[in-house]
Design a protein around this ligand. Structure first.
Ligand SMILES: Cc1cc2nc3c(=O)[nH]c(=O)nc-3n(C[C@H](O)[C@H](O)[C@H](O)COP(=O)(O)OP(=O)(O)OC[C@H]3O[C@@H](n4cnc5c(N)ncnc54)[C@H](O)[C@@H]3O)c2cc1C
Length: 285
């Protein structure tokens, strides 16, 4: 399987898949738009694991043949001679540094505008670094922002539905601009609620205090409100810390962790130890 560091290559085998379902997982009143898309491929050589990524080849611009972007597989089902998989996609836009104008992100808009029976080209699977430890007493701290929830929804489902008997604590700190954008935890789709009665699972939601002003999501405050437990988890030998989302997430986490550790140096030492022992994994985009 390719890893996240493997660059896209013209030699990569590509597959095609047909869209079978497209539905919003953000309510209509939400200013953000996130869709849950289900695809089917009959190319059974495509053999992903739950939580791995695909590289979607959207039509290119400015003379480029393709515009490729990665998406994490959320659901996966093998049926006879076909593979069905789901991804969740946020419709993105960006401000051009040069002229200050707002443009639509190519790949996310291409995917969000697909209609049932439309086909996509993609390659993969590309492995994600979030591996559930064999030790069922391990604590797992999940820190996610926005669509970063995609790999963790999977992971939580596997822990409680496939593995079972998990004794360690699983703590999800999940940030979004507003309660409407809490993916899989809002009125439109509340999948994660299925695990709220698991004694070892807790989820903490953090939203932006002023979403209309683009103020940062208060994930640091949620971590600080649970400081004692988070700190204890960070200092246990078998704790894993998994981080997923857009790049600004890291700064928020660092602010909170420095607060918990007391000094930047103390946090840097703990972080270095977690990374060196393979217990800290992050995917930022
Ligand atoms: C390993 C990995 C896994 C990913 N998994 C997912 C996923 O499951 N779902 C998903 O929607 N995206 C995911 N992404 C992001 C995705 O690959 C694209 O970057 C995103 O869809 C925007 O692509 P674009 O071509 O539309 O716009 P681009 O021109 O690439 O980006 C437009 C703007 O949107 C910002 N942006 C990119 N992704 C997001 C996001 N998810 N949320 C908020 N802002 C964003 C960019 O920083 C940029 O400012 C993942 C990225 C990586 C590296």
């Amino acid at each position: 399987m390719q890893t996240l560091n493997t660059p896209p290559s013209p030699a990569s085998k590509t597959y095609s898949a047909v869209l079978t379902q497209s539905r919003h997982i953000t309510p209509p009143s939400s200013p953000e738009e996130v869709l849950h898309l289900v695809f089917r491929t009959t190319d059974t050589a495509f053999d992903p694991d739950m939580g791995s990524c695909i590289r979607v080849y959207a039509p290119g611009q400015f003379g480029n043949r393709h515009h490729t972007r990665l998406y994490s597989i959320m659901d996966l089902e093998r049926r006879g001679n076909s593979v069905e998989f789901a991804i969740c996609v946020k419709r993105c836009s960006y401000i051009d540094d040069f002229n200050g104008e707002k443009y639509q992100g190519v790949a996310s808009n291409y995917l969000c505008d697909l209609r049932p029976d439309d086909a996509i080209e993609f390659s993969g699977p590309i492995s994600y670094p979030f591996v559930i430890p064999d030790d069922k007493t391990a604590d797992i701290l999940l820190l996610a922002l926005g669509t970063g929830i995609a790999p963790f929804r999977n992971l939580i489902r596997q822990i409680y539905e496939k593995i079972g008997g998990w004794k360690g604590r699983v703590r999800l700190f999940y940030g979004a601009k507003s309660p409407l954008e809490m993916l899989y935890m809002n009125d439109e789709n509340n999948d994660l609620a299925n695990y709220f009665d698991q004694p070892t699972f807790k989820a903490f939601q953090a939203v932006s205090p002023k979403p209309h002003l683009d103020a940062p999501v208060a994930l640091d405050q949620a971590l600080e409100q649970n400081a004692a437990e988070v700190w204890e988890m960070l200092n246990r030998e078998n704790t894993r810390v998994f981080v997923a989302g857009t790049e600004n997430l890291l700064e928020t986490i660092e602010t909170a962790m420095i607060e918990l550790a007391g000094t930047p140096e103390h946090w840097a030492a703990i972080h270095a130890e977690l990374v060196a022992s393979g217990r800290w994994s992050e995917v930022l985009y």
